[in-house]
Each structure stands twice: as C-alpha cells, then as structure tokens.
Design a binder for this molecule. Sequence first.
Ligand SMILES: Cc1cc2nc3c(=O)[nH]c(=O)nc-3n(C[C@H](O)[C@H](O)[C@H](O)COP(=O)(O)O)c2cc1C
Length: 273
Amino acid sequence: MKIALTYFSATGNTGKMADVINESLLALGAQVDIYDITSYADRQKPIDLASYDAVVFGSPIHSWRAPRVVRKWMRTLDGQGKKCSMFFTYGGFGVHPTHYSTRQILTEQNFAVVSSAEFPGAHTFNLGGWKALENRPDKSDFAVAKEYAAKTYKRFIGEDSSILGELEKTKYREEELDQIETFRFRILTQLPTRNGQGCGMCMICEESCPTGAISAETGEVNKDKCIACLRCVDTCPEDALKINDMSETYAFKLEMEKATNEDLEKKQSKIYL
Ligand SMILES: Cc1cc2nc3c(=O)[nH]c(=O)nc-3n(C[C@H](O)[C@H](O)[C@H](O)COP(=O)(O)O)c2cc1C
C-alpha cells in the first residue's frame, strides 16, 4: 500500500500530527511519501497521484474551513476514484463545517473519503498574545493520531470496507462562509510587520510564505494576499517579524464564542469514521 501524505502547516501543529501519522502508517507496513504543501512553490509541484493507492490530507482550520490556499490546491487534483482521508488541527474554537466542506471538495475531485480526524493545537494567534491551548498537541492527541492512522489504514487496505459516514452539515453556503471568513479576518487578525532591526536578509520569510505575500527586500506585506497564517513570524530566525499585541481580541474572541480558557483545554482529539 503506497500512500501520499500531504499537509499544510504554517506554524507546525499539523506537521507534528503528520509526523505521528506517518510513523504509525510505516509501522503498519505502508510505504509513505510526504508532501509538505505549505509554501507557494511546493504547491506548484505536481504530485503523480496515479502512483499511489491512497492519499491523506492534513490541514489547519482557518475560519471554520481548510485555508483558502489549501481548498484552491485541492481543486487542482484528480482523485481518480482513490481512497483518501482528512485530518485537521484547530485552536480550540469552531470546527464543524471544515470536515463537511473539505469532504465536499474532495468528493467533487473524485476521491472517496474514508475517514477524518481533528486535533487541538496551540492557536496561531498565541504568537500575538492569545492563550489558547498553549501546550497542545500533547501525548493524548498523539495517541488518538495513532488510532486514527490504524483505523484509516484498515479502510485503505479494504479490511474495513466502510467509508466516512454522515457529517454535521453547515447551514451556510460557500459564499456565506467566504463572507464569514472575510469578516473574521478583518476584525480579528493582524498583519505581520518587520521592526527594521535584526533582519539578516535570509529570505526565509519570502521563500516560505504560503501566498507570496511578503517581500524580504522591503519587509512589506501585501494585505490582499496575506492569510495571517503567521508562518513568517514563526520561521524568522532573527525574530525580526512581529504582529501587534492581540491580547484584547482574545478576550473578545472568548466572549464571542461563549467559551472560557478551561473550556478550550477540555477539547479532545476526535476521529470520524
Ligand atoms: C487565519 C486563522 C484562522 C483560524 N481559524 C480558526 C478557527 O476557525 N477555529 C479554530 O479553532 N482555530 C482557528 N485557527 C487556529 C489554527 O487552526 C491552529 O492554531 C492550527 O493548529 C494551526 O496549524 P499549523 O500550526 O499547522 O499552522 C486559525 C488560525 C489562523 C491563522
């Protein structure tokens, strides 16, 4: 069984889960090739799906769905009727339309989705002062990831012939979810800025940006292209990129979601079969 494991991970949570899932699949006897599709350049490289028996798609949740660049990339694939599975990491807030809407895309691209999973992870905006799930994913999440890999593998090899069952539907149409994404982006996010000091012109921010939004030369961020994934802030070796303090929006976010920090801490990884 040859599996392509693809993932997008701006700040490392999804990458950590991909590592655990990869190790588990290898231990079960699968042959796995990993495709990190986070950077713009990596998403331009074609994957020869014909040479794989099954595909695993890993992604963070950005405003209730897979990030728009991931959705766009998925829409370029031809699933050729192959089995696939999805997994997501999220910062402890809203998840549900993500499984549903991503399955819809993958089904339209001619994949048969057999399973899905969600894993809580430190919220990206902790880089700006939020305090959501600071120590996740942890070993409890890794244990669920192993179980997810084992159950998914059984479905891939046909030992379990079921496919992914009913998922919670969303009442929103794609266009409405686009509007929600734009609105949340406007009120909650901060664009990265360079403080002008310490930048060694290593170019990592520009090379690793998922959307080609940042210029290393000028330090400017194109606000129409930036998806606020904060990969540039996370990967800058000189700590020269920052976002403004977002602590106040965290209190606002908790209020908006009618949640407390303790509620978030209770979030558990979950497998969908
Ligand atoms: C623009 C943006 C939107 C996000 N939206 C959500 C969300 O709707 N619900 C949630 O729980 N977490 C949300 N998060 C948090 C990420 O899903 C979470 O931190 C994820 O694990 C990051 O994965 P990565 O480290 O692999 O990039 C969002 C993060 C960003 C940057």
